[in-house]
Design a protein around this ligand. Structure first.
Ligand code: BV8
Ligand code: ZN
Length: 252
């Protein structure tokens, strides 16, 4: 990441009325949460798309619950990193004109103090009952490979958006609006290959006068790079605190 690009990004942010952020698995990597592409999209020899899918759950619910119990156990041992904390600081600066959209299901943004978090792919902390439909926060305790609903004894599934499933309207609509209305979109730690999440990036570019600035923060260029006005390449846990520092004190 060059000093000049850090200054350009901070200058655009300083002038921004509304800020939107899209994060992916990379923002949690330094906390010790494995990313999807690092494991070349496999889990115990299964393609993640096969395990994280309604068909996969239909075929072998115990396998899918073992996949999610393993991720719940991993997330139980990790804490937010300086990148998560830097984003909570940025939110404090813009208040409700700051929207954090995350593809992550690990809950680390809220753990770092972020308030307005749109978890467009759901959360590892929650279960949904296929019987009575109840959605509950169950923390990160292991749930066994065939957990039952405590209310109706129906089959429970993770409250997570699987491949082939629609994103929840009440979360996805405000995410699209925030991307459309923002003056700056920060795209952090995502390979930008999963849709419709990745479509937030061109959406930010659609509004004119002035068109939003897109700042990519990643280890390497990605599918998002062609939409980016500047790329800050390095670990997000190091880049984000530097960006907050370069932005300077509020009102400066
Ligand atoms: C839908 C929950 C239809 C699961 C997830 C062909 C082309 C285009 C699209 C499709 C296609 N075939 C199928 C589709 C649709 C599909 C899709 O996009 N597939 C992809 C794989 C091609 N999408 C869907 O199925 C969506 N639903 O389309 O439904 C529909 C519509 C209406 C009505 C009915 C049906 C649902 C998508 C949601 C799937 N669920 N998560 C779970 O988590 O268990 S997606 C999953 O991938 C995670 O949420 C993850 O966040 C997300 C994307 O991955 P990334 O976050 O980007 O992580 P990745 O590992 O890829 O990249 C990490 C990045 O971080 C890298 O760039 C790396 O360089 C960087 N990095 C690493 N370390 C650091 C770092 N950066 C900074 N600092 C570091 N330290
Ligand atoms: Zn139930």
């Amino acid at each position: 990441m060059t000093d000049e690009n850090l200054t350009r990004a901070a200058d655009w942010l300083r002038l921004a009325e509304r800020v939107c952020v899209l994060t992916g698995a990379g923002v949690s990597a330094e906390s010790g949460v494995p990313t999807f592409r690092a494991s070349d999209g496999l889990w115990e020899g299964h393609r993640i798309e096969d395990v994280a899918s309604p068909d996969g759950f239909e075929r072998d619910p115990a396998l899918v619950w073992n996949f999610y119990n393993a991720r719940r156990a991993n997330v139980k041992t990790v804490t937010p990193n300086p990148g998560h904390h830097a984003l909570a600081k940025l939110e404090a600066r813009w208040g409700d004109r700051f929207t954090l959209v995350t593809q992550n299901v690990d809950g680390l943004h809220r753990a770092a103090g972020s308030k307005k978090v749109l978890e467009i792919h759901g959360s590892l902390h929650r279960t949904r009952c296929l019987g009575c439909g109840k959605v509950e926060d169950r923390g990160l305790e292991p749930l066994g490979d065939a957990p039952e609903c405590p209310h109706c004894h129906g089959q429970l599934r993770p409250d997570i958006v699987w491949f082939g499933e629609a994103l929840p309207e009440p979360i996805w609509e405000p995410a699209m609006l925030a991307a459309y209305e923002c003056n700056v979109l920060l795209v952090i730690g995502t390979s930008a290959v999963v849709h419709p999440a990745a479509s937030l990036i061109p959406i930010a570019k659609r509004r004119q006068l002035p068109v939003a600035k897109v700042i990519e923060i990643n280890l390497t260029p990605t599918e998002a790079s062609r939409h980016a006005d500047v790329g800050l390449y390095g670990p997000s846990g190091e880049v984000l605190p530097k960006l907050v520092e370069r932005l300077g004190a509020f009102g400066a």
